[in-house]
Design a protein around this ligand. Structure first.
Ligand SMILES: [Zn+2]
Ligand SMILES: [Zn+2]
Length: 229
């Protein structure tokens, strides 16, 4: 694999406490030509956990930009963010996109905004969360701000078995991604976890669709996932 895509950093608070440069050095050892960081994006006011704080965003971009320069003859360093689509923050995505400092925004829909302004993590029953997640992903793709759809099949993580509704929802997602020319991410970390990676989803993806492989690494050691792939 030439590009190690979808890499997190210690800033998200649930990754290993390892320096960004260690990821780059390991990527070089593994023979990669590019490493793309997409840490969990902050939101203004820091309303959510498990991500960098808003105050860290400048440092994140500056540190990686400096490393990109230092390693330019050895490996490419991509600088991006993984982020959920939440309609209340529409202006923020625009601001991130127009800042010109990020190479890529990837849509990783781990939760979604409810009609009353709350968020899906507050729902008592998350049994049907795939509908809200899919809806948010589709709306997000239609904004044009996002360049890759991260782990689309992970929305079914609460299901034990594949059913017809999942097929329908998957096709809705795949069709919008194809219309918008947004690559779907086959996520290597999902493959290691129960019910996050669904071969039934990928069987529905036509050959004409663009697919990227992402590691979703939260530690330097996890870069070695590429050796198994
Ligand atoms: Zn994470
Ligand atoms: Zn991720």
């Amino acid at each position: 694999m030439k590009e190690l895509f979808h890499i997190h950093t210690y800033r998200c608070k649930h990754a290993k406490d390892e320096a960004d440069e260690l990821y780059i050095k390991r990527a070089v050892e593994l023979g990669a030509e590019k490493i793309t960081f997409t840490d969990h994006a902050p939101f203004p006011g820091n309303p959510f956990g498990n991500r960098m704080d808003m105050e860290e965003l400048t440092e994140y971009v500056d540190t990686l930009s400096e490393l990109r320069k230092r390693y330019q003859d050895i490996i490419d360093v991509g600088i991006g963010l993984e982020i959920e689509y939440l309609p209340s923050f529409k202006d923020y995505y625009k601001w991130l996109k127009e800042s010109g400092k990020l190479d890529i925004l990837i849509l990783g829909q781990h939760m979604y905004e409810l009609a009353d302004g709350g968020y899906s993590f507050d729902l008592k029953s998350k049994e049907n969360e795939e509908y809200g997640l899919a809806q948010a992903m589709i709306e997000g793709m239609n904004t044009g701000y996002f360049s890759v759809l991260a782990h689309p099949d992970r929305i079914f993580r609460r299901h034990k078995e594949w059913d017809e509704n999942m097929t329908k929802l998957s096709l809705d997602i795949i069709n919008v991604a194809m219309d918008r020319k947004i690559p779907l991410e086959r996520n290597l970390s999902s493959m290691k976890r129960k019910r996050q990676y669904w071969p039934q989803f990928w069987e529905l993806v036509p050959d004409a669709a663009e697919v990227v492989v992402g590691l979703d690494a939260h530690g330097v050691k996890e870069l070695e996932m590429v050796l198994e792939y």
